[in-house]
Design a protein. Structure first.
Length: 510
């Protein structure tokens, strides 16, 4: 088998995803054939592979860091939350049903261990190294018995474990020590050491603590990564991560035109693939913010209703907060609105849903002449088309089937036949995620938005979203190369955890 490593974390959002991507980028730059892997991912941000499989966007991003094509092998189990208590289970890229947390952890999860290990073994038989990402914390002792993503897979596949801690939150030494001390003796054997993430200041002031941590645990620290802005790409957990009030804007350069363009994204419940707006935020002079109040739409030049795992629930939320009326007024005034996937469905006339919410007939906002019926089978495709005279690529992840009865086609094929979406005035809707990553189309769309909004905004002629993403991934690789002990890290990947690591009491309770 090839080399391998499991990147675990003291907490959720400790930086496991970006560290995994950074290690992948560092390795591939050294000529190593490397692949990412996450056995089980809980995320509302997903991606469609070329073979039509749905996986977490973080694993697609990590595959890009490794310069390989993402496949279902890299994320065999994806959980897409529908509430605090239940999720859609996606197995090998295809949905297999809804399940409560109790039902999943009560037996179903352990049944998937064989599938997960088979996928990992296949990757390890193909690549020189496989960098695995854990989930949450490996010290979640209430879930250890059925764990297939942290120590459960580390022990079965005999992977060394590197524990990442976010020092920006505080308490990182206690978190490192406590994580090890809550693991069983058998699990502790595989925990090789630590990696500090998001450090601000003089590293020399941290070193005494790292030395004491080594003395207490017998485990070394493999690096201290400095805090850097703009590295939180492709966030994972749309249920946990709240973006309300968050602002994303380009730091590349000043606006090309005289005005900036303000984009307000409705922070609807169970937002999915909110990363769609990252391509807008990459444009110099475009400021993107997530909002949850009607008054926050008043000065926006474009309002976006993003995708959601709960279309009917999001529609109710928009109405409760007065956002639905504010969006309808904008549309009637000819002010730009864009709906993506679930947002597109919300803008339509009505929804027939016996699948997701099981609410039956529900009236939409009635802005676009579209009727939506939820099918039990999920659409998972990677289409290509044309819009506004430009080539568009995207990916579709939805149960809703749209019947467009009027308006203009939004995205068409080369012969002008409608492929997807609808436009009425300055309101657009599409099921295609990722379409704004197509540079020519994004610029054409922003020119239309600016004209309708009366803004003297000019899209930069040379912004390449793909190139910016590559630069971002290279920055992650640089972090590992410059601030981690890469020789020691490679020995860990190649040879496994050091022998004779001490047991730290008390260990997991019996």
């Amino acid at each position: 088998m090839s080399g391998g490593l499991l990147v675990a974390g003291t907490t959720s959002d400790a930086g496991k995803s970006v560290v995994t991507a950074g290690i992948c980028r560092w390795l591939v730059r050294q000529g190593v054939k490397v692949a990412p892997f996450k056995a089980q991912n809980m995320s509302l941000n997903s991606f469609v592979t070329r073979e039509g499989a749905e996986i977490g966007r973080a694993q697609a991003m990590q595959a890009q860091a490794a310069r390989v094509e993402p496949t279902a092998l890299m994320n065999p189990v994806l959980l897409k939350p529908g509430s605090d208590r239940s999720s859609q289970v996606v197995l090998m890229g295809k949905p297999v049903g809804e399940m409560t947390a109790r039902g999943y952890h009560g037996g179903r999860q352990q049944q998937l261990l064989g599938t997960v290990l088979d996928c990992l073994a296949e990757l390890r038989g193909t690549y020189d190294a496989v960098i695995c990402e854990g989930a949450g914390s490996p010290a979640e002792i209430n879930l250890r018995r059925t764990d297939i993503v942290n120590m459960g897979i580390a022990r079965n596949a005999r992977l060394p474990v590197l524990v990442v801690g976010d020092i920006d939150r505080g308490g990182v030494f206690a978190s490192f020590f406590g994580t090890v001390a809550l693991l069983s003796p058998e699990d502790q054997e595989f925990v090789a050491g630590f990696l500090v993430n998001k450090f601000r200041g003089d590293v020399s002031l941290l070193e005494p603590g790292l030395d004491m941590l080594h003395g207490l645990t017998g485990r070394r620290t493999y690096g201290v990564l400095p805090f850097q802005h703009g590295l939180g790409i492709d966030e994972e957990d749309g249920l946990r991560v709240s973006l309300r009030g968050a602002v994303r804007e380009s730091t590349v350069s000043s606006p090309v035109g005289e005005d900036i363009l303000r984009v307000a994204v409705c922070a609807i419940p169970l937002m999915s693939n909110f990363t769609d707006v990252d391509a807008l935020a990459a444009e110099p002079g475009v400021v993107v913010r997530f909002v949850d109040r009607a008054e926050e739409l008043s000065d926006a030049d474009l309002v976006v209703i993003p995708g959601t795992r709960g279309t009917v629930k999001a529609l109710e939320w928009l109405r409760e907060r007065g956002l639905a009326d504010a969006v309808a007024r904008r549309a009637a005034e000819g002010r730009p609105v864009l709906g993506v996937c679930g947002g597109f469905q919300i803008l339509g006339e009505h929804i027939e849903d016996e699948v997701e919410s099981r609410e039956g007939h529900v009236d939409g906002l009635g802005i676009l002449p579209v009727r939506v019926r939820f099918a039990r089978e999920k659409t998972l495709t990677r289409p290509v088309g044309e819009a506004l005279g430009e080539r568009v690529e995207g990916y579709e992840i939805h149960h809703g089937v749209a019947d467009v009865t009027g308006g203009e086609a939004f995205i068409s094929d080369a012969d002008g036949h409608s492929l997807d979406g609808c436009r009425v005035g300055q309101t657009w809707g599409t099921h295609w995620h990722g379409s704004l990553e197509s540079d020519g189309f994004r610029r054409a769309f922003l020119r239309e938005v600016a004209a309708a909004a009366g803004r003297r905004f000019v899209p930069a002629p040379d912004t390449s979203f793909a190139a910016l993403r590559e630069e971002q991934l290279d920055r992650l690789g640089d972090l590992i190369e410059q601030h981690a002990d890469t020789d020691a890290l490679w020995r860990l990947i190649e040879s496994g955890a050091p022998q004779g690591l001490p047991f730290i009491p008390p260990g997991a309770p019996a």
